[in-house]
Design a protein around this ligand. Structure first.
Ligand code: NI
Length: 232
Protein backbone atom coordinates (compact mmCIF):
# COMPACT_ATOMS: atom_id res chain seq x y z
CA UNK A 1 0.00 0.00 0.00
CA UNK A 2 1.43 3.38 -0.99
CA UNK A 3 1.38 6.33 1.35
CA UNK A 4 -1.06 8.32 -0.78
CA UNK A 5 -3.54 5.52 -0.23
CA UNK A 6 -2.72 5.55 3.48
CA UNK A 7 -3.47 9.24 3.77
CA UNK A 8 -6.66 8.75 1.78
CA UNK A 9 -7.76 5.94 4.10
CA UNK A 10 -6.92 8.14 7.02
CA UNK A 11 -9.04 11.01 5.78
CA UNK A 12 -11.96 8.68 5.04
CA UNK A 13 -11.58 7.22 8.53
CA UNK A 14 -11.69 10.69 10.05
CA UNK A 15 -14.77 11.61 8.04
CA UNK A 16 -16.55 8.45 9.19
CA UNK A 17 -15.53 9.10 12.77
CA UNK A 18 -16.77 12.68 12.60
CA UNK A 19 -20.07 11.64 11.04
CA UNK A 20 -20.61 8.98 13.72
CA UNK A 21 -21.00 11.82 16.23
CA UNK A 22 -22.63 10.81 19.48
CA UNK A 23 -23.51 7.37 18.19
CA UNK A 24 -19.93 6.16 18.26
CA UNK A 25 -19.24 2.63 17.11
CA UNK A 26 -19.12 0.03 19.87
CA UNK A 27 -15.63 -0.77 21.10
CA UNK A 28 -15.74 -4.22 19.51
CA UNK A 29 -16.68 -2.92 16.03
CA UNK A 30 -14.24 -3.80 13.25
CA UNK A 31 -11.38 -1.33 13.06
CA UNK A 32 -10.93 0.89 10.01
CA UNK A 33 -7.36 -0.33 9.66
CA UNK A 34 -5.90 -3.74 10.46
CA UNK A 35 -5.35 -4.06 14.21
CA UNK A 36 -1.73 -5.11 13.70
CA UNK A 37 -0.86 -2.05 11.61
CA UNK A 38 1.94 -0.09 13.22
CA UNK A 39 2.88 3.39 12.06
CA UNK A 40 5.97 5.41 12.84
CA UNK A 41 7.58 8.64 11.61
CA UNK A 42 11.21 9.34 10.82
CA UNK A 43 12.13 13.02 10.89
CA UNK A 44 15.32 14.56 9.54
CA UNK A 45 16.60 17.96 10.64
CA UNK A 46 19.24 20.46 9.50
CA UNK A 47 19.40 19.61 5.79
CA UNK A 48 19.32 19.52 2.92
CA UNK A 49 22.90 18.44 2.22
CA UNK A 50 23.76 17.35 -1.32
CA UNK A 51 25.38 13.92 -0.89
CA UNK A 52 23.68 12.62 2.22
CA UNK A 53 20.14 13.81 1.52
CA UNK A 54 20.18 12.46 -2.04
CA UNK A 55 21.34 9.06 -0.79
CA UNK A 56 18.61 9.06 1.85
CA UNK A 57 15.94 9.90 -0.73
CA UNK A 58 17.15 7.01 -2.91
CA UNK A 59 16.93 4.64 0.05
CA UNK A 60 13.48 5.83 1.11
CA UNK A 61 12.22 5.40 -2.44
CA UNK A 62 13.59 1.85 -2.69
CA UNK A 63 11.82 0.94 0.54
CA UNK A 64 8.50 2.72 -0.08
CA UNK A 65 9.05 4.73 3.10
CA UNK A 66 7.93 8.31 3.74
CA UNK A 67 9.68 10.76 6.03
CA UNK A 68 9.52 14.36 7.22
CA UNK A 69 12.31 16.86 6.57
CA UNK A 70 12.73 20.00 8.67
CA UNK A 71 14.87 22.24 6.52
CA UNK A 72 17.26 25.01 7.46
CA UNK A 73 16.37 27.85 5.09
CA UNK A 74 19.89 29.04 4.35
CA UNK A 75 20.85 25.50 3.25
CA UNK A 76 18.27 25.41 0.47
CA UNK A 77 19.99 27.66 -2.10
CA UNK A 78 21.58 25.51 -4.81
CA UNK A 79 19.73 22.41 -3.57
CA UNK A 80 16.23 23.33 -4.69
CA UNK A 81 16.12 20.14 -6.78
CA UNK A 82 16.44 18.03 -3.62
CA UNK A 83 13.59 19.88 -1.94
CA UNK A 84 11.40 19.51 -5.01
CA UNK A 85 12.25 15.82 -5.09
CA UNK A 86 11.19 15.42 -1.43
CA UNK A 87 7.82 16.95 -2.22
CA UNK A 88 7.36 14.99 -5.46
CA UNK A 89 8.08 11.72 -3.64
CA UNK A 90 5.46 12.35 -0.97
CA UNK A 91 7.64 13.38 1.96
CA UNK A 92 6.52 16.11 4.32
CA UNK A 93 8.60 19.26 4.37
CA UNK A 94 8.83 21.51 7.40
CA UNK A 95 10.62 24.59 8.68
CA UNK A 96 13.68 24.45 10.96
CA UNK A 97 14.29 28.25 10.89
CA UNK A 98 16.55 30.16 8.53
CA UNK A 99 19.88 29.81 10.33
CA UNK A 100 19.23 27.27 13.09
CA UNK A 101 18.85 29.69 15.97
CA UNK A 102 17.29 29.30 19.39
CA UNK A 103 13.81 30.78 19.25
CA UNK A 104 13.88 33.16 22.19
CA UNK A 105 13.33 36.73 21.07
CA UNK A 106 9.87 36.95 19.42
CA UNK A 107 10.83 39.47 16.74
CA UNK A 108 13.99 37.63 15.67
CA UNK A 109 12.24 34.27 15.89
CA UNK A 110 9.37 35.33 13.70
CA UNK A 111 11.80 36.63 11.08
CA UNK A 112 13.79 33.36 11.14
CA UNK A 113 10.60 31.37 10.65
CA UNK A 114 9.19 33.69 8.00
CA UNK A 115 12.31 33.68 5.81
CA UNK A 116 12.30 29.89 5.47
CA UNK A 117 8.55 29.85 5.00
CA UNK A 118 8.83 32.34 2.14
CA UNK A 119 11.56 30.29 0.49
CA UNK A 120 9.40 27.15 0.70
CA UNK A 121 6.32 29.03 -0.49
CA UNK A 122 8.20 30.20 -3.57
CA UNK A 123 9.65 26.80 -4.32
CA UNK A 124 6.71 24.52 -3.55
CA UNK A 125 3.67 26.72 -3.06
CA UNK A 126 2.03 27.93 0.13
CA UNK A 127 1.32 25.08 2.49
CA UNK A 128 1.64 26.29 6.10
CA UNK A 129 4.93 24.48 6.66
CA UNK A 130 5.05 22.96 10.14
CA UNK A 131 7.87 24.02 12.44
CA UNK A 132 10.45 22.08 14.37
CA UNK A 133 12.10 24.62 16.62
CA UNK A 134 15.86 24.06 16.90
CA UNK A 135 16.68 22.16 20.12
CA UNK A 136 12.92 21.55 20.49
CA UNK A 137 12.62 24.85 22.35
CA UNK A 138 10.44 27.87 21.75
CA UNK A 139 10.12 30.95 23.94
CA UNK A 140 6.92 32.26 25.46
CA UNK A 141 4.84 34.50 23.26
CA UNK A 142 6.34 33.46 19.93
CA UNK A 143 3.58 33.02 17.39
CA UNK A 144 4.28 30.59 14.57
CA UNK A 145 0.86 30.19 12.98
CA UNK A 146 1.57 26.48 12.36
CA UNK A 147 1.74 23.19 14.32
CA UNK A 148 5.07 22.41 16.05
CA UNK A 149 6.75 19.01 16.00
CA UNK A 150 9.08 17.64 18.68
CA UNK A 151 10.01 13.94 18.96
CA UNK A 152 9.76 10.92 21.28
CA UNK A 153 12.93 9.04 20.23
CA UNK A 154 16.31 10.82 20.16
CA UNK A 155 19.36 8.63 19.54
CA UNK A 156 21.67 11.70 19.61
CA UNK A 157 22.96 10.76 16.18
CA UNK A 158 24.70 14.15 15.76
CA UNK A 159 26.86 13.32 18.77
CA UNK A 160 27.43 9.60 18.24
CA UNK A 161 28.15 9.64 14.48
CA UNK A 162 28.12 5.86 14.69
CA UNK A 163 25.67 3.89 12.57
CA UNK A 164 25.44 0.78 14.76
CA UNK A 165 24.92 2.78 17.96
CA UNK A 166 22.23 4.95 16.40
CA UNK A 167 20.39 1.91 15.02
CA UNK A 168 20.56 0.19 18.40
CA UNK A 169 19.33 3.26 20.30
CA UNK A 170 16.36 3.75 17.97
CA UNK A 171 15.36 0.07 17.89
CA UNK A 172 15.47 0.00 21.69
CA UNK A 173 13.09 2.95 22.09
CA UNK A 174 10.87 2.85 18.99
CA UNK A 175 7.22 1.88 19.38
CA UNK A 176 4.08 2.47 17.34
CA UNK A 177 3.44 6.22 16.85
CA UNK A 178 6.97 7.25 17.77
CA UNK A 179 8.44 10.34 16.15
CA UNK A 180 12.15 9.68 15.66
CA UNK A 181 14.73 12.48 15.46
CA UNK A 182 17.65 12.09 13.03
CA UNK A 183 19.82 14.42 10.94
CA UNK A 184 20.29 13.75 7.22
CA UNK A 185 23.52 15.74 7.11
CA UNK A 186 25.59 12.85 8.50
CA UNK A 187 26.44 9.75 6.40
CA UNK A 188 26.25 7.63 9.58
CA UNK A 189 22.70 8.82 10.25
CA UNK A 190 21.53 8.16 6.70
CA UNK A 191 22.92 4.63 6.82
CA UNK A 192 21.33 4.15 10.25
CA UNK A 193 17.96 5.37 8.99
CA UNK A 194 17.94 2.83 6.16
CA UNK A 195 18.89 0.00 8.52
CA UNK A 196 16.15 1.11 10.95
CA UNK A 197 13.58 1.03 8.15
CA UNK A 198 14.68 -2.45 7.07
CA UNK A 199 14.48 -3.77 10.64
CA UNK A 200 11.12 -2.19 11.52
CA UNK A 201 9.44 -2.99 8.21
CA UNK A 202 10.14 -6.65 9.00
CA UNK A 203 8.23 -6.11 12.26
CA UNK A 204 5.23 -4.77 10.36
CA UNK A 205 5.83 -1.03 10.68
CA UNK A 206 4.77 1.50 8.04
CA UNK A 207 6.87 4.64 7.69
CA UNK A 208 4.65 7.69 7.27
CA UNK A 209 5.01 11.46 7.53
CA UNK A 210 4.24 13.24 10.81
CA UNK A 211 1.09 14.67 9.28
CA UNK A 212 -0.04 11.20 8.21
CA UNK A 213 0.86 9.73 11.62
CA UNK A 214 -1.29 12.27 13.44
CA UNK A 215 -4.13 11.81 10.97
CA UNK A 216 -4.00 8.04 11.36
CA UNK A 217 -4.55 8.63 15.09
CA UNK A 218 -7.46 10.97 14.47
CA UNK A 219 -5.44 14.00 15.56
CA UNK A 220 -6.08 17.20 13.63
CA UNK A 221 -2.93 19.29 14.06
CA UNK A 222 -3.47 22.81 15.36
CA UNK A 223 -1.25 25.89 15.20
CA UNK A 224 0.95 26.62 18.26
CA UNK A 225 0.54 23.06 19.60
CA UNK A 226 3.72 20.95 20.00
CA UNK A 227 3.32 17.30 18.93
CA UNK A 228 5.72 14.66 20.29
CA UNK A 229 4.16 11.40 19.11
CA UNK A 230 1.47 10.33 16.68
CA UNK A 231 -1.03 10.48 19.53
CA UNK A 232 -0.37 14.13 20.22
NI1 NI B 1 18.52 21.14 14.26
Amino acid sequence: MRKKQLLFLCLIGLALWASAGEEALPADAPAELPAEAKYIALTFDDGPRRETTAKLLDGLQERGASATFFLVGEEIAGKEDLVERMAAEGHQIGNHTWSHVRLENPEAAEQEIRMTEETLDELLGENGYWLRPPYGLIGEGIETGVPLVKWSVDPRDWERRNTAQVVQAVLRDAEPNSIILLHDIYPTSVEAALQIIDALQKEGYWFVTVEELLCLNGVVAEPEVMYRTGKG
